[in-house]
Design a protein around this ligand. Structure first.
Ligand code: SF4
Length: 178
């Protein structure tokens, strides 16, 4: 079994603002969350291997996560000038994605099975090759939403603050370790 306290410290050293242990039994893959992907507000539906429909149906994803025993939740939190500060929001988002990729690589060098779920479509190799074959199937990172996970709910169930106060922005991810 992995030393979660050590992993949490390492996650913070890698650049995350916060990290907490994830109780795997709290992971709930919800059809309503997943359905919101089809609204395509992010423009990635049907354009990335880690987004619906290419990432697989919820029952397939449920099977995929079913034999992981441990995990951590990670967050990247930043301050905005005001609630309309889109530029800083995107900077925080990009920082979160880069840290997700970096820490996933770190973990995969030590653990046989690691599943990273982040925010937004996979950016491991910049522009996704979809529908051509994925360039890095072992490293690709789906979003928690694509797995039907309600981010605020999973944070609450695991004691992670989700709302860090007025004019802050939080992006969330998790790592499952087999
Ligand atoms: S690793 Fe590259 S090709 Fe594969 S899903 Fe991610 S961005 Fe797309």
């Amino acid at each position: 079994m992995a030393d979660l306290e050590k992993l949490i410290n390492e996650a913070k050293e890698a650049g995350f603002s916060d990290a907490v242990p994830l109780n795997i039994s709290t992971l709930e893959l919800r059809g309503d969350v997943r359905a919101s992907c089809a609204e395509n507000k992010c423009g990635q539906y049907g354009k990335n291997w880690t987004c619906p429909p290419a990432c697989g149906e919820l029952n397939e994803l449920e099977n995929r996560i079913s034999d992981y025993r441990q995990g951590i939740i990670v967050q990247t939190v930043g301050e905005l000038e005001d609630e309309f500060d889109f530029e800083t929001t995107m900077e925080i988002f990009e920082k979160h994605q880069k840290t997700m990729i970096k820490f996933a690589k770190q973990l995969s060098e030590r653990f046989e099975r690691v599943l990273a779920l982040g925010a937004g479509a996979c950016k491991v190799c910049g522009e996704c090759s979809y529908p051509e074959p994925c360039r890095n199937p072992k490293r690709r990172i789906s979003s928690m939403e694509a797995y039907g996970i309600l981010v605020s709910d999973i944070c609450k169930k695991n004691g992670a603050e989700y709302n860090h106060g007025k004019n802050t922005q939080t992006f969330v991810g998790c790592y499952l370790i087999g």
